[in-house]
Ligand binder design. Structure first.
Ligand code: 6PG
Length: 254
């Protein structure tokens, strides 16, 4: 069953960040109430920064059940956490250091342990093991994240799944090492099998430069671009766009 796409277009990037923080908050409250735990995976890049900063401010900070929230990453660059390219490093600065989340609830990808020169397949295996342990998975089973935030590049990539990369066809491993992107680095990334099992996936896209790719992904059926291959098997798929990013969509799509 292919998931229904919900397309939400809001006036500007600030409103998109507020709506995204609202989704984070309501999902966290709902999952903690029903299962006692909330698992979320975050992407890097510039788009989610405003949402992350919202999470560290009211009304979100005090209403999120941080003690039962577990944060993972969709992808990470193989650089030290202090490097400006580190997704974990940026998230720690933007909100993790300002919210009362227990240290053990934060699960950064070990990109800092992989070297810039040759990355490290071992770190991809290590993170896969950490996720399997956390979700108490038997071998071969895949985790179901409550919520995953994704972005897109103007080339149609998402996570660190880049067009034409062999990682797009990975069906076994749920964390792999790739090389590419901007900056062009070794990276660790989730693959489609784990992404598409999430209960809810939210694409956050902002800005005019992404409008052509948003239109292509949402209006051209059969796209083989990475972001177009994200289709939760039993989950909710939300495209949360600001007006500029959604500006080329035909009116019926909005
Ligand atoms: C990464 C991200 C990546 C990002 C897109 C959009 O680590 O690079 O996970 O997939 O979401 O490249 O990046 P911007 O938000 O900076 O446009």
């Amino acid at each position: 069953m292919t998931s229904q796409k919900e397309i939400i277009v809001v006036p500007n990037a600030a409103e998109m960040a507020r709506r995204a923080a609202g989704i984070f908050k309501s999902k966290a409250i709902e999952r903690c109430r029903t299962t006692g735990l909330f698992t979320v995976a975050l992407s890097g890049g510039s788009t989610p920064v405003a949402m992350h900063r919202n999470l560290a401010s009211e009304p979100f900070r005090k209403s999120i059940p941080w003690k039962r929230t577990h944060i993972f990453w969709v992808d990470e660059r193989c650089v030290p956490y202090t490097d400006s390219a580190s997704n974990y490093g940026a998230t720690r600065k933007d909100f993790l250091s300002s919210v009362p989340i227990p240290r053990d609830n934060v699960h950064p990808m070990p990109g800092n342990m992989a070297s810039k020169e040759n990355g490290s397949k071992e770190m991809a295996v290590a993170y896969e093991r950490e996720i399997s342990r956390f979700f108490r998975l038997n071998s071969g089973k895949l985790p179901v994240f409550d919520l995953i935030f994704l972005g897109i590049g103007t080339d149609g990539h998402t996570a660190s799944l880049f067009p034409e990369d062999g990682a797009l066809d990975e069906q076994e491993k749920f964390i792999v090492q790739v090389k590419g992107g901007n900056p062009d680095l070794y990276r660790l990334t989730m693959t489609f099998p784990i992404l598409n099992r999430a209960s809810c996936i939210v694409f956050l896209v902002s800005g005019k430069r992404k409008a052509p790719m948003v239109k292509s992904l949402l209006e051209n059926t059969g796209t083989t671009l990475p972001a177009g291959r994200v289709e939760p098997i039993n989950g909710r798929l939300v495209w949360l766009l600001d007006r500029e990013a959604g500006s080329l969509l035909s009116s019926r799509k909005k």
